[in-house]
Design a binder for this molecule. Structure first.
Ligand code: DX5
Ligand code: ZN
Length: 232
């Protein structure tokens, strides 16, 4: 297993700072600021699925060589069937594609797993949980967007919390080991409610990179999430 790969789904709250809010001119230094985190969340955007363009494959390949933490790649792109396998081959720990964009999600999830990554499926705030329900046995992670995808620093959307709860319920009922990740507006104010609803992976961009001391922010988020988190 290459460094940065994940062993298996784990229990306990995992904190995944999003590089979207970091200084893109100093990525290596920014990754070193968050060594106390569990994963590094990498937002890949293509200017089509979302109206923003960020990090792509060459940068992910470079990060995979330097980061001691697993890369949690969130692909906000069209045609993930075509592009996502490259991220698994680059050494990402998780590769998460959007249900709204995938043509053959089962085939893609299996391909990502075959290439050594944990497959994940993401859904936008207004996409119903029904859309991913059939996929729960095929993925290791479900990402519930808690803002409209595309930008960091947006306010948390409370309306997404029942979906987090529903995903956790379905996963538990089926006896599956699946991470439930929340992404967008996760902060010291909102993280406890996310954990209560059943999330166990917490993406935080602004709340970590916008803090004076990223390590303290990570520790604080972990403590708050741990208060409400119930081991599955
Ligand atoms: C938004 C991205 C998020 C974003 C989170 O499309 O998927 O990962 O960076 O940033 P904050 O925590 O600032 O909402
Ligand atoms: Zn993201």
């Amino acid at each position: 297993m290459s460094p940065g790969r994940l062993a298996c789904p784990s229990v306990g709250p995992l904190i995944a700072p999003s590089l979207l809010s970091s200084d893109f001119a100093n990525l290596q230094a920014e990754v070193e600021r968050i060594t106390g985190a569990d994963w590094v969340h990498v937002d890949v955007m293509d200017n089509h699925f979302v109206p923003n363009l960020t990090i792509g494959l060459p940068v992910v390949e470079a990060l995979a060589k330097r980061s001691s933490l697993p890369l949690d790649c969130h692909l906000m792109i069209e045609e993930p069937d075509r592009w996502a396998p490259d991220y698994a081959e680059a050494g990402a720990g998780t590769v998460t594609f959007h249900v709204e964009a995938a043509a053959a999600p089962v085939r893609l999830a299996r391909e990502l797993r075959r290439l050594g990554a944990h497959p994940g499926i993401a859904m936008n705030p207004t996409t119903p949980v029904d859309e991913v329900e059939n996929m729960l046995g095929e993925v290791d992670l479900v990402l519930v967007m808690t803002v409209e995808p595309g930008f960091g620093g947006q306010p948390f959307l409370e309306l997404c919390l029942p979906k987090v709860h529903r995903v956790r319920e379905l996963v538990s009922r089926a006896g599956l080991q699946v991470w439930v990740e929340v992404d967008g507006g996760v902060s010291e104010e909102t993280i406890e409610r996310c954990a209560e609803a059943g999330a166990d992976v917490f993406v935080a961009g602004t709340a970590v990179f916008g803090a004076e001391d990223a390590a303290t922010a990570i520790a604080e988020l972990r403590t708050l999430a741990g208060r409400s988190h119930s081991p599955r």
